[in-house]
Design a protein around this ligand. Structure first.
Ligand SMILES: [Zn+2]
Length: 329
């Protein structure tokens, strides 16, 4: 199977197992540096996986929990802070993979009545029924929107799950107005904040860095207007524009394959466990868990958390002093 970004067949194996030690081959394209699962699972295999995983994840809790909503709401607010300058004045926004609607709520609080699509029936119906959000229970490949319908489309942690990310971006770009924006956030293949053993798993079919993510947008006919890497290096975001679009020609920085391959080789278990950051992480997590527990006791239901934190001008009830400061602008 060829590279989804550059069509090259030339690739090197970077891993033979997934995070649970089961066989899963991942390869890096020697032409562009995009990392992918190889062979790519069939569509039916992917659908079967999600049906099974969803059953497992939601057993005993078919609806989002208060803690989950709280965490997602914090993430949604951080994203909105970063993206505000780009979204300003854009009224027709679509959030693809809207989950239980946290980003839509933050947009609503800022005066934008956005719509969402989310394939998980339990989460999408919860967002509709409990929060009154416009979330359709469908995915990007089945959704139908007229061309030029949206001023902006957001896609948070969706693209890495897709077998044909460039095809998806191309389809979403058609739903944008001529000066519309596509905002894409994915995990950073160059990120070293997690354990190297946890890097590969079945659900993530592609692994991008800023170079390959931007190039995927260009290949889909868009131009890169803004790039961002999270403070911990774990996530990357690009804002892609239809204006001044590239008609499908894309550029990959020379040496990108070597750079990504070197980073993957260098991120070893030994180095990971020798890093003080690795040992501080459980403490930070425990502290966060305690604070979340206190908040969840106060609000009790997921709906209460969502409503309270999603209200216009609502403050965050969590002490956030340990979080990295957001970049200005
Ligand atoms: Zn490639």
């Amino acid at each position: 199977m060829s590279c989804n970004l550059c069509d090259s067949l030339d690739a090197d194996v970077v891993s033979e197992i997934d995070r649970e030690g089961r066989p899963l081959r991942s390869v890096i394209c020697r032409a562009c540096g995009l990392v992918r699962t190889d062979p790519m699972p069939s569509e039916s295999r992917i659908e079967e996986y999600y049906a099974r995983e969803y059953r497992r994840s939601y057993k005993g809790s078919p609806r989002p929990t208060a803690r989950r909503v709280l965490r997602a709401m914090e993430v949604a607010r951080d994203r909105h802070e970063r993206l505000k300058p780009h979204l300003q004045g854009r009224q027709r926004v679509l959030d693809v993979g809207a989950s239980s609607g946290e980003f839509l709520q933050v947009l609503r609080a800022s005066g934008i009545s956005a719509a969402g699509i989310e394939p998980n029936e339990a989460y999408s119906s919860w967002a509709r029924d409990h929060l009154g959000l416009d979330v359709a229970s469908t995915d990007w490949s089945r959704a139908e929107f007229p061309a030029g319908r949206f001023d902006a489309i957001t896609l948070f942690h969706v693209l890495e799950h897709l077998a044909d990310p460039v095809g998806a971006l191309r389809r979403l770009a058609e739903w944008l107005t001529p000066d519309g924006l596509l905002v894409v956030e994915v995990p950073n293949v160059e990120g070293t904040c997690g354990s190297p053993r946890g890097r590969f798993h079945f659900a993530h079919l592609h692994h991008f860095n800023l170079v390959t993510l931007g190039a995927a947008g260009e290949r889909a006919g868009l131009s890169v207007a803004w790039r961002h890497t999270s403070a911990d290096g774990g996530n990357i975001t690009v804002v892609l524009s239809r204006r001044a679009a590239s008609a499908g020609t894309f550029t990959v920085t020379a040496g990108n394959h070597e750079r990504v391959a070197r980073l993957l080789r260098g991120h070893t278990a030994a180095r990971h466990y020798l890093s003080p950051r690795t040992w501080l992480r459980p403490l930070t997590k425990a502290a966060r868990h305690l604070r979340e527990t206190a908040v969840c006791l106060r609000y009790r239901t997921a709906e209460d958390v969502a409503r309270t934190l999603g209200a216009p001008g609502a403050g965050l009830p969590i002490d956030r002093d340990d979080r990295p400061a957001l970049p200005a602008g």
